[in-house]
Design a binder for this molecule. Structure first.
Ligand code: ZN
Length: 187
């Protein structure tokens, strides 16, 4: 990431606004903003999600694994405004079991980029599917988009839910319904 370019861009953006502020509060803003975006908001670009997902061998056909309420913070690619919520991830293991914290790392690596929620949901499901080779994967994201809640539509407190499945949790409505129920959602 080219932070010098980001700093110059933010300076131009502030000039475009015509922003003035007393006591020098704006002086370091371009540097501060660039550091926050490169260092945290877009930190996911530094992590390969597939590499972050380490696993241990297991006997095939164990029960479903569910990780609920993984915190999620991302940036909408259309407005550069954050969307924030939770991810619920479930899979039916084959012979590979992920460390639970590793699933959170995958969510983090893919979320902390410029994103669209539907695409993010699919990418999380695809990464688990590729690396763990499970019998099925289901990913449910629920997030509040500040580009919706702060802007014209003013849909306060409205949340967007997106779902992505692989394997039997994509194709088998009964298996999928069971997992959604375990997640506290009616199928
Ligand atoms: Zn948006």
């Amino acid at each position: 990431m080219d932070q010098e370019k980001m700093i110059a861009g933010i300076r131009t953006f502030l000039e475009g606004i015509g922003a003035q502020f007393e006591n020098g509060h704006l002086d370091e803003t371009p540097e501060r903003v660039a550091r926050a975006w490169a260092g945290e908001l877009l930190a996911g670009y530094r992590t390969d999600p597939a590499e972050a997902l380490t696993w241990t061998p297991a006997r095939d056909g164990g029960g479903p694994v569910l990780v609920r309420d993984i915190p999620l913070a991302s940036v909408c690619v259309h407005h550069l405004l954050p969307f924030v919520g939770v991810a619920h991830v479930a899979y039916l293991p084959g012979t590979r079991l992920a460390g639970l914290s590793k699933i959170g790392r995958v969510v983090e690596a893919l979320a902390r980029r410029l994103q669209i929620q539907e695409r993010l949901t699919e990418q999380i499901a695809a990464t688990l599917d590729q690396v763990l080779e499970p019998h099925g994967v289901l990913v449910l994201l629920e997030a509040e988009h500040t580009c919706m809640t702060l802007r014209g539509a003013r849909m306060q407190n409205s949340r967007l839910s997106t779902l992505a499945g692989r394997g039997s949790l994509e194709n088998d409505p009964a298996a999928r319904g069971e997992i959604l129920q375990l997640l506290g959602r009616t199928p």
